[in-house]
Ligand binder design. Structure first.
Ligand code: NAD
Length: 307
């Protein structure tokens, strides 16, 4: 397959690199010129539990420089850059191009469907982690999975080919009709821990420095689960709460991506996470006071960084 990756940062480079190793034709599209130049000059340096390898059979371009339609476009920008990126990469989108988002947050299928036939949009969630370690260098440690589905729920040849390609790359992918519950469960987890750490500057473990920290995180999980249930999505609140407790106990030094964005002076994905939950809550007249307060607080932090 010809696979284009739009947003070739930590996740996009990991996925693009592994898909290229599996023999697919991969085009990385990004606006980070230092990263693109490093890949074009010396290949992508990919460090995983299998060791470090250099992936050389990759094209790396700015989105507007791409000219050939891809069979599959995987969007891996941060959610706030999706539309600008898709607008610039229009030449990659042919009449048959399938689109996939594994980005965090809500509203990803809708954003992709602004640029393509909704029947060609797939949506999913992944537990693979990745870090960008400098121009041309990414790393990922541990194991993950991908769960995805066509946004309209249909089983199509496009869905099967995509699942196959991601499995060929060793990314443990399955088609899963319950993917919306998995997406909302990740949103519930991130609404709690990402926003609390972004506002306080705490690592995940430091949220337990006061007894109220865990209780606050679990209140947000309960709010998001209530909104999901009101929209007919079967989120397992107890499961998310267990994941939050596990992270508080065992991932103590972790800085969630939203905190990393704040530290780096970048805008966060708050609108696609807490923002989208507050909007969905409004549609069903559900009060989500903790999630709403954190949305406003992170917006203030974002506005400070952008001045
Ligand atoms: P990242 O910041 O490392 O990469 C995003 C890339 O998008 C950057 O290289 C940036 O230069 C590029 N970009 C920005 N604007 C662009 C534009 N207009 N056109 C093309 N490229 C553009 O982010 P990431 O950590 O790879 O995360 C990507 C998405 O995946 C996010 O939604 C995140 O929440 C989600 N996610 C991340 C992880 C992780 O461990 N990193 C895990 C699961 C999901």
């Amino acid at each position: 397959m010809h696979i284009a990756i739009l947003g070739a940062g930590a996740m996009g480079s990991l996925f693009g690199g592994l898909l290229a190793v599996a023999g697919h034709r991969v085009t990385l599209l990004d606006v980070d010129d230092a990263h693109l130049n490093a890949i074009n000059e010396a290949g992508l340096r990919l460090t995983t539990d299998a060791g470090e390898r250099v992936v050389a059979n990759l094209e790396a371009l700015r989105p507007e420089a791409a000219t050939t339609p891809a069979d599959l476009l995987i969007v891996f920008t941060k959610t706030l850059h999706t539309q600008a990126a898709l607008g610039a990469a229009h030449a990659v989108l042919g009449p048959q191009t399938a689109l996939l988002s594994l980005q965090n947050g809500l509203g990803n299928a809708e954003r992709l469907a602004q640029f393509a036939d909704p029947a060609r949009v797939m949506i999913g969630v992944t537990t693979w982690p990745a870090d960008k370690n400098g121009p041309g260098r990414v790393s990922s440690h541990g194991q993950g999975v991908i769960r995805l589905m066509s946004a309209d729920g249909a089983h199509s040849p496009m869905l099967s080919r995509t699942v196959q390609a991601l499995n060929d790359a060793g990314l443990a992918c399955s088609a899963d009709a319950d993917v919306w519950a998995a997406i909302w469960e990740k949103v519930a987890f991130n609404s709690a821990l990402n926003s609390l750490c972004a506002v306080t500057g705490c690592t995940v473990g430091e949220l337990t420095n006061v007894p109220d920290g865990e209780a606050l995180a679990l209140k947000i999980v309960a709010e998001v689960a209530a909104v999901a249930h009101a929209h007919g999505v079967a989120v397992n609140e107890a499961h998310v709460a267990d994941n939050v407790r596990h992270a508080l106990a065992h991932h103590r030094a972790h800085r969630p991506s939203m905190l990393q964005d704040v530290i780096a002076g970048r805008k966060t994905e708050i609108e696609a996470i807490n923002g989208a939950v507050v909007e969905a809550a409004g549609m069903r007249a559900i009060a989500v006071p903790y999630t709403t307060a954190l949305l406003h607080l992170v917006r203030l932090v974002d506005a400070k960084d952008s001045v």
